[in-house]
Design a protein around this ligand. Structure first.
Ligand code: PLP
Length: 455
């Protein structure tokens, strides 16, 4: 259906919402005095709008979670129906929507990941995956990659391999970081993908040797690292990590909180590589965030470990009925409406080629990479030196080029995803060809603001 036009502007209500927000809401990841949150009046499909009559095409899918778009009628109806039937029930009971959500997820996860532990989001899924791996192996350490994001709770933030970890890095006992493959900014100075893959695997082996394989419970990787730059791993890398894990009895955790549920053009990103982890974490796209939900898909072997001893974990709202009902409706709608196939097709035919064409026109676009509706533009000062357009972890005036680019997108009616020197093109999986082209045209124009800072 065509998106509803922005409703009649109501700036007075918008101003009141904003004033109340500024008075009482303490925002995440923000300096409270330096932010100016947009007051959102409504949303539908790939668009949302404010109270001033501005409508934005959402090229960020919020926090890369509205895979099915805003206000999908089937999901909204399912939440309503479930609310009328049973709003809440403790995790210890068997309930129709929870069982059905688990079945639908287990049917789609790779291999024998057939038991589902529900959480309220991604970080909590990571916390539990790590706990399961430690209990299963009796070992303490977890290896995770630099250039990664795994969430903001205790273990998850310590596993994270980006600057957001730094202020919380007081309890990182047991976490060891290593470098994954990333040819464009190769930590191994590789010449090609094959070499990058070989060297990254050798580096991981060496890290394991020096840490002591018998002390390592798990290796956790995003199948395709998302927030850190959408770096599609070279062929053979994930299979190589799988083999290393098997050799040393290490649990292999793939974090698909961002990459899962259609984002890459498959139900799971692991499907692109033919790799099955021992544990797979998910959230976001499982129900597009209509109600908070995440979870861990568990292999038969690890699940069996807890047949005769209790698994020590879970929260009051684990497997919440409203969240599970929205997951059932989301997964069914995605299957019925070919939404995963749409993500693959729009990525391959429209977004990928469109971005590559844009890159040729703009001196600020160093690299285009991605798949499905999961793309990054790596913005640079110079294509030759590949120096990032803004310094690593820049803020304030040092981040001006990216701020100007983001502002230009918004002026054009596009809501961008911007992180460090990158912009990610991560619209809903439901995006149409016309919408994708509309967004690419706005992006194309806004990139002139970034070009102005090239040398
Ligand atoms: N893991 C990955 C790969 C993510 O991208 C995120 C969030 O962006 C998380 C974990 C944390 O998820 P949540 O914010 O739902 O806790």
């Amino acid at each position: 259906p065509a998106p509803t036009p922005s409703p009649t502007p109501d700036p007075a209500t918008g101003a009141a919402v904003k004033a109340m927000d500024r008075a009482h809401v303490f925002h995440s990841w923000s300096a409270q005095g330096l932010i100016d949150p947009l007051a959102v009046a409504g949303a539908e499909g790939a668009y949302f709008w404010d109270y001033d009559g501005n409508r934005y095409l959402d090229f960020s899918s919020q926090l890369v979670n509205t895979n099915i778009g805003h206000q999908h009628p089937k999901v909204v109806a399912a939440v309503r129906e479930q609310a009328a039937k049973l709003c809440t029930i403790a995790p210890g009971f068997a309930v129709d929507v929870r069982s059905e959500a688990a079945r639908l997820i287990a049917e789609r996860t790779p291999g024998d990941l057939d038991k589902i532990f529900f959480t309220n989001g991604g970080a909590e899924a990571v916390e539990n995956a790590v706990r399961m791996a430690r209990l299963h192996t009796g070992r303490p350490k977890v290896l995770s990659a630099y250039r990664s994001y795994h969430g903001a709770t205790a273990a998850a933030i310590n596993l994270t391999g980006d600057p957001r970890r730094w202020p919380s890095d007081t309890a990182s006992a047991g976490v060891v970081h290593f470098w994954g493959p990333f040819l464009y900014r190769s930590p191994f100075h590789s010449a090609d993908e094959r070499q990058e893959c070989e060297r990254a695997l050798a580096h991981l082996e060496e890290t394991i040797a020096f840490e002591g394989p018998q002390s390592i419970a798990a290796i956790i990787l995003e199948t395709v690292p998302g927030t850190a730059g959408i770096m599609v791993p070279p062929p053979g890398y994930l299979a190589g990590v799988r083999e290393i894990c098997d050799r040393y009895g290490i649990v292999f955790v793939l974090d698909e909180v961002m990459a899962g549920f259609g984002r890459t053009g498959h139900w799971f990103a692991a499907d692109h590589f033919g790799v099955t982890p021992d544990l797979l974490t998910f959230a976001k796209g499982v129900n597009s965030g209509y109600v908070p939900l995440g979870g861990v898909a568990i292999s038969a072997r690890i699940a069996a470990d807890f047949d005769q001893r209790p698994y020590p974990g879970g929260l009051t709202y684990s497997g919440h009925p409203l969240a599970c009902a929205s997951a059932v409706a989301t997964i069914n709608a995605m299957a019925e409406e070919g939404i995963v196939e749409n993500a693959a097709e729009i990525g391959e035919k429209v977004i990928g080629p469109g971005l590559r064409e844009i890159a040729e026109r703009h001196p600020s676009v160093g690299e285009v990479r991605g798949l499905g509706v999961f793309w990054a533009l790596d913005l640079v000062k110079s294509k030759e030196t590949r120096e990032p357009l803004v310094p690593y972890n820049a803020s304030g005036p040092a981040n001006q080029p990216m701020a100007e680019f983001a502002a230009a997108c918004k002026r054009g009616g596009l809501w961008p995803f911007v992180n460090m020197n990158r912009t990610h093109v991560v619209p809903p999986c439901t995006i149409t060809e016309a919408e994708a082209k509309e967004g690419l045209a706005i992006l194309d124009e806004a990139l002139s603001a970034a070009d102005a800072h090239t040398v």
